[in-house]
Unconditional design. Structure first.
Length: 303
């Protein structure tokens, strides 16, 4: 196991902010979500994460600096100071890389995620850490369904844990199905596995929101200003003249708003005829089409 200071590239006397900045710089390059399928980089990310977790615990850091424990949390013989790799050291519970010391978490009230999760949120805009490894054997995992809008906008969500405790959990804006929120407490860690419920109107791609919006034949042909729902509320949108079905309008900044990035909303127009059919419109088109035929499929490759 390597020295955590060496892993993060900081001096032993580094401040908390210096350690955080070093971790942020490395995490931006090495996060698995940004390097899919690259096992070596995933292992590097785990190592820097373990180092940051270890050095972020004041008690562990102080004992490590005094040579009382190694980066695996194991006690050292008196007078031995850890200064390099340790044969046989592993990512153990309570040590370098473990989620560690249960006493370090919150006991009751609102669940907290700590500085590590804030950093991940800052550059991935996920609001919390996606756990890449399985929870520890004695941790509790619960399934949590989140309404689409709560997940997109962020919210407070009341959760009753398996042991009967109720917590107000902060749901970060942009959280996705499959992510886990880790709640630390003296009673033990709880992992909330998220499932985002689908929405009747909205779908998302990364931080962007997509919606299909029907428009009348008149609005499509002549243009109009219509009201369109967004995850932040209704807005007025101008439909250009001669808009076809499938035309897409971009609403800048109306997608998911995370710490350092904001998505857009894309509005796909669907020209919709009257239902039931309007007899007068039918008669008009019968007369009009006799002298105004046009080919809309000429460029299609029909094989």
């Amino acid at each position: 196991m390597r020295d955590p200071y060496t892993v993060l590239g900081v001096q032993r006397g580094a401040t908390e902010d210096e350690i955080k900045r070093a971790y942020r710089r490395l995490a931006k390059k090495l996060h698995p979500d940004l390097n899919p399928g690259k096992r070596a980089i995933e292992q590097q990310f785990k190592e820097i994460t373990a180092a940051y977790d270890f050095l972020s615990d004041p008690g562990k850091r102080a004992r490590y600096d005094r040579g009382e424990i190694g980066p695996d949390g194991a006690e050292r013989m008196q007078g031995f100071r850890y200064g390099g790799s340790s044969p046989g050291a592993g990512f153990g519970r309570g040590g370098f890389g473990g989620s560690g010391n249960k006493g370090g978490g919150q006991k009751t009230g609102s669940a907290g995620f700590g500085a590590f999760d804030d950093i991940i949120a800052e550059f991935l805009n996920r609001g919390t850490r996606r756990e890449s490894a399985a929870p520890e054997a004695d941790a509790v995992t619960q399934h949590l369904k989140i309404p689409f809008l709560e997940a997109a906008r962020g919210s407070k969500h009341r959760v009753t844990l398996a042991d009967g405790r109720s917590l107000d959990v902060t749901i970060p804006a942009g959280i996705e199905s499959g992510q886990r929120l880790r709640l630390k407490s003296a009673e033990g860690d709880t992992y909330l596995e998220i499932e985002v419920e689908p929405h009747a109107l909205f779908t998302r791609k990364h931080l962007d929101i997509h919606i299909d919006v029907p428009v009348t034949l008149v609005e499509a042909v002549l243009g109009a200003t219509i009201t369109v729902p967004t995850i932040h509320g209704a807005v007025a949108v101008k439909v250009p003249r001669a808009s076809n079905s499938g035309a897409t309008l971009r609403l800048k900044g109306k997608g998911i708003s995370a710490k350092h990035a904001v998505g857009d909303q894309y509005v796909k127009l669907r020209v919709t005829l009257p239902d039931p059919p309007d007899p007068e419109l039918v008669r008009f088109l019968e007369r009009w089409s006799a002298d105004h035929a046009y080919d809309v499929r000429g460029k299609m490759d029909l094989g």
